[in-house]
Every structure is written in structure tokens, then in C-alpha cells.
Design a protein around this ligand. Structure first.
Ligand SMILES: CC(C)(COP(=O)(O)OP(=O)(O)OC[C@H]1O[C@@H](n2cnc3c(N)ncnc32)[C@H](O)[C@@H]1OP(=O)(O)O)[C@@H](O)C(=O)NCCC(=O)NCCS
Length: 191
């Protein structure tokens, strides 16, 4: 697995994935609470396949879903990063910011802290004009992260996820957006 780009915050290191992350990532993906808003938990094999797809995404685009590690403990706790969706809908192509953290690490501000440096990267190191984030309406925790980042609801972008059937509980998605000028003038640019 390759190096870079690497991002850093006060408490966190966002880095490319290592072989040693495999088991902790599989445990996270096997947790029904972490995966509540996804179709199912992942088997160890499916988790490994996802890890390979994430790694390939970095090679293709130069960015991706970074592995997040607590610096002082050198402990892998989840991912946060930018992803180009492989499905098509009315607003694609697009770039999404996403996150997934181990349950015992929720409530520490890690997702928002990691996402801020990811948005810095997105607007400083690429020429993206906007970054989106989407989830199911019931995923309130994820929507609170979006709000804490200064992302705004964009109801005109809401969509039915094409990977799910009409009556699926996960089909309806709400979309949040942040634009380059909004991020430049947001709270993180003040300090
Ligand atoms: C979505 C998810 C990343 C949110 O994690 P989170 O820990 O709630 O989010 P944050 O990192 O922003 O943490 C904010 C919480 O930490 C608290 N906190 C504690 N110390 C803090 C600090 N130093 N700085 C900031 N917040 C802190 C905040 O008060 C807030 O608590 P609250 O939820 O009780 O109001 C997490 O629930 C998750 O991984 N879910 C499963 C995967 C998923 O659904 N991903 C999204 C798919 S679209």
C-alpha cells in the first residue's frame, strides 16, 4: 500500500491504509450499530474488498477515504475522506465527503475534526467548486456532522439511491452541500 497524501489535525492523523488496519476495519464494518444506515454489516472478506476499492480510488484520483488514527495512541478508529460515487444520479459526477468511525469513538468530535481537514484538502489541493454529502433521513448523527461543518441542506439535490429498490428503507437520500466560497468564509478560515 502506498504513501500520501497525509493530513493531520490536533488529535488525528489521516493517512493511507496499512495492512495492520485490516482487522480493526473488519470489526468496525461488522458492528450493527455502525452499519445501521447501510444495507447490512460486512463480512471480513467484504471489508477487505472495500479496503482494496478505497486504495484503488486513491491511485485513480489522488484522494480518497483516509484511514484515521488517533495520534497519541497510534490507534486506527475509522475513515474520513472524499469519494467519487460509482452510481449515477441527477447531480453526478460529484465528489462526496464521508465518514465511518468505531462506535466507542463517537461523541469525541473526531469525525468533525477529520472532516474539516478533508474539506481544507478538497478546496486547497483540488479545483473542486463544491463538495456534497448525503445520507438517509434517519441518519441524524451524520447530518449533525454535516451541519457542524457548515454544510447546507440542498433539497433540490435530494435523490432516490439507484442501488436500492423502490420500497427499500435506504432508498431516499438527503443531500448537504458546501461550496468553495462558503468554506473560504467559514469558521475554519478565521484561525
Ligand atoms: C456519523 C458519525 C461519524 C458521527 O460521529 P460523532 O462522534 O457523533 O460526530 P463528531 O465527531 O462530530 O462528534 C460530535 C460529538 O462529540 C462531542 N464532543 C466531545 N468532545 C468533543 C471535542 N473535543 N470536539 C468536538 N466535539 C466533541 C460533541 O458534543 C458531539 O456530541 P453529541 O453527538 O452528543 O452532540 C458516527 O456516528 C458514525 O461513524 N456512524 C456510522 C457510520 C455512518 O453512518 N456514516 C455516515 C454515512 S452517510
Amino acid at each position: 500500500m502506498a504513501d500520501g497524501p497525509t493530513l493531520e489535525t490536533e488529535r488525528l492523523l489521516l493517512r493511507r491504509w496499512r495492512e495492520r488496519d485490516r482487522d480493526a476495519f473488519a470489526a468496525l464494518n461488522a458492528d450493527p450499530e455502525v452499519m445501521e444506515h447501510f444495507p447490512s454489516v460486512l463480512s471480513a472478506e467484504e471489508s477487505g474488498q472495500l479496503l482494496r476499492r478505497i486504495d484503488r480510488h486513491f491511485e485513480e484520483f489522488g484522494f480518497g477515504l483516509w484511514a484515521v488514527e488517533i495520534k497519541w495512541a497510534k490507534r486506527f478508529i475509522g475513515f474520513c475522506g472524499l469519494a467519487v460515487p460509482t452510481f449515477q444520479t441527477h447531480f453526478t459526477p460529484a465528489v462526496e465527503i464521508g465518514w465511518r468511525f468505531a462506535k466507542d469513538q463517537w461523541g469525541s468530535g473526531y469525525a468533525t475534526e477529520a472532516a474539516k481537514v478533508v474539506l481544507d484538502f478538497g478546496f486547497e489541493e483540488t479545483d473542486l467548486e463544491q463538495i456534497l454529502s448525503w445520507t438517509v433521513p434517519t441518519n441524524q448523527r451524520s447530518q449533525r456532522v454535516m451541519q457542524r461543518l457548515g454544510m447546507k441542506r440542498a433539497p433540490e439535490l435530494d435523490f432516490d439511491h439507484p442501488r436500492f429498490l423502490h420500497d427499500d428503507r435506504l432508498r431516499e437520500h438527503v443531500v448537504f452541500r458546501i461550496t468553495r466560497p462558503e468554506w473560504a468564509h467559514g469558521p475554519s478560515s478565521q484561525g
